[in-house]
Design a protein around this ligand. Structure first.
Ligand code: FAD
Length: 477
């Protein structure tokens, strides 16, 4: 028997790919009373809107995007795309220097001086040509340092730092350049400059380099082809994103995959013939474990027998995020149409950003907004255990300040998501490879997937599960 730990998107996907690859129904153990992990939707069908407490949209691009669309296609789930020409895809705002600023979204935009920048973006990009052209030997550095070194502090502060807040609620001064710009970093390291690297690789690079589309055989998933043709920028699942894990759960259960809820794994002991696990006080003895649970949880399970592995797992840090969902009974409360806005940390205000949900998707006669707060600065801004009222008041105060919205919302929800996003800080790639090397060295029947290892987005955790399952030669590995 193979046991999958965690029924978030990665654990469910691991069970799905186990079935596909080995025709084998695994048992999934989930600590909570529901599947989906951080994916959580609250529906208000009678009023025509939903609140998403965690993720809400998925990007269709690249191999990761294609892989998720293949899964969605196989599950026959409907999706609702935002096309690249729509305001929610095109318009990206940041709040800087006391105003909402639209980031350039066309070629002509990069030749203009637009606030908050003091010069056109093109001149900042060109700075790469005059910055140091020596080949470097850095293993890693922060994404802030890299961008500041190549393009200057303005781009690092007002473009990259808010983007990092939007993706992982983290501090660009701590997050590894390999998290988001691995390719550009490699180009710089190899050629001495990014633009130089792009040109040289066009001229002298490997022309036969093919995309790792082997995953999909001869043809890409149909839904992916459609997303390219129709220029999707992102998409949602119309009835709420938690329909995705719920549909996957139903599919797996029909194929006799056993999904046990309220079944927390508390201890893992590796034995000669496999594994002995403590699930809610009961002993279970699978041959192999695929763990998709957060690293700090897995660290506790293996601590007694493998303290060094536990310490390696504990070195991956997570942040807390406060999510405030707001519903207004007014259709067009927003003056600007966009996906939302992000706040650069240099502005030192206690919100990470706001998503304009009702601008992205139809919410009938409602304006729906989600305010994200905390992340890397949670404790600094709110202390250890803020009350929901304090979080709501802060969200409303800054909505008024930034967007002039002083109306009382009709319905509000406040959730603090503890340790919800792993931080890929400088050295993360090395940490993950040390963890996997340890497991290989001691021949532990343990495979790792999920948000802590191979990317923090939904696409990443699904592909992480697929790659890890496909790397198993047999279930006795
Ligand atoms: C606020 C927020 C917004 C986000 N927005 C987006 C977005 O718009 N788009 C996007 O692509 N991504 C987004 N993400 C990221 C996305 O949510 C994650 O990539 C994804 O949900 C992680 O899935 P997972 O299965 O790896 O982990 P989890 O969702 O953490 O699942 C792990 C599961 O393991 C269970 N578990 C824990 N300990 C044990 C144990 N000891 N035994 C058994 N079970 C256990 C947990 O209960 C949980 O169900 C967002 C994340 C957050 C927090």
């Amino acid at each position: 028997m193979t046991a999958v730990l965690g029924a978030g998107m990665s654990g469910l996907s691991a069970a799905y790919y186990l079935l596909q690859r080995f025709g084998y129904p695994a048992t999934v153990y989930e600590a909570s009373h529901r599947v989906g992990g951080w994916i959580r939707t609250e529906r208000h069908k009678d009023k025509g809107f939903i609140f998403e407490m965690g993720p809400r949209t998925i990007r269709p691009k690249g191999i990761q995007g294609a892989n998720t669309l293949q899964l969605i296609e196989e599950l026959k789930l409907p999706v609702d795309p935002i096309k690249s020409w729509q305001p929610a895809a095109k318009n990206r705002l940041i709040y800087a220097k006391g105003q909402l600023c639209m980031l350039p979204n066309s070629l002509s935009g990069i030749f203009k001086t637009l606030p908050p920048f003091s010069k056109p973006l093109i001149s900042q990009i060109k700075q790469d040509l005059v910055a140091g052209q020596k080949k470097l030997k850095l293993a890693d550095e922060s994404i802030y340092d890299f961008v500041e070194r190549r393009f200057g502090a303005e781009l690092a502060n007002y473009a990259i730092s808010p983007l990092i807040c939007g993706i992982c609620a983290g501090d660009a001064k701590e997050i590894s350049v390999r998290f988001l710009m691995n390719d550009l970093f490699e180009k710089e390291q190899k050629w001495g400059g990014i633009i130089k690297g792009v040109v040289y690789e066009k001229l002298f690079g490997n022309k036969n380099k093919t995309a790792p589309a082997g995953l999909f055989g001869d043809s890409m998933p149909k839904l992916y082809e459609k997303s390219l043709k129709e220029k999707w920028s992102m998409y949602r699942v119309p009835d709420g994103l938690d329909t995705l894990p719920q549909t996957l759960r139903n599919y797996l259960q029909e194929k006799e995959v056993d999904i046990q809820l309220t079944s927390e794994c508390r201890e893992i002991i590796f034995t000669r013939n496999g594994v002995r696990m403590n699930i809610k006080g009961q002993e279970v003895e699978p041959k192999h474990i695929i763990s998709s649970i957060p690293t700090h949880k897995l660290a506790t399970c293996v601590k007694n027998q493998h303290p060094s592995l536990s310490a390696l797992l504990m070195a991956i840090q997570y942040v807390d995020v406060a999510v405030v969902n707001l519903q207004y009974n007014i259709k067009d409360l927003l003056k600007m149409k966009a996906f939302g806005f992000l706040v650069p940390p240099i502005e030192r205000i206690p919100i990470l950003g706001v998503i304009f949900d009702s601008c992205c998707f139809d919410m009938e006669g409602n304006t729906i907004l989600t305010v994200m707060m905390g992340g890397r600065w949670f404790e600094e801004n709110f202390g250890k255990d803020p009350t929901p009222k304090k979080l709501l008041d802060t969200a409303l105060q800054y909505l008024d300040l930034v967007m002039g919205i002083a109306e009382e919302p009709r319905l509000t929800r406040v959730h603090v998501l503890r340790k919800c996003i792993p931080q890929y800080t400088v050295g993360h790639t090395q940490r993950v490879s040390d963890i996997r090397r340890y497991i290989k060295h001691y021949k532990l029947p343990l495979t790792l997937c999920g948000a802590a290892y191979d990317g923090v987005g939904i696409n990443d955790v699904i592909l992480s599960a697929r790659n890890q399952v496909e790397s198993l030669r047999s279930l006795d590995d």
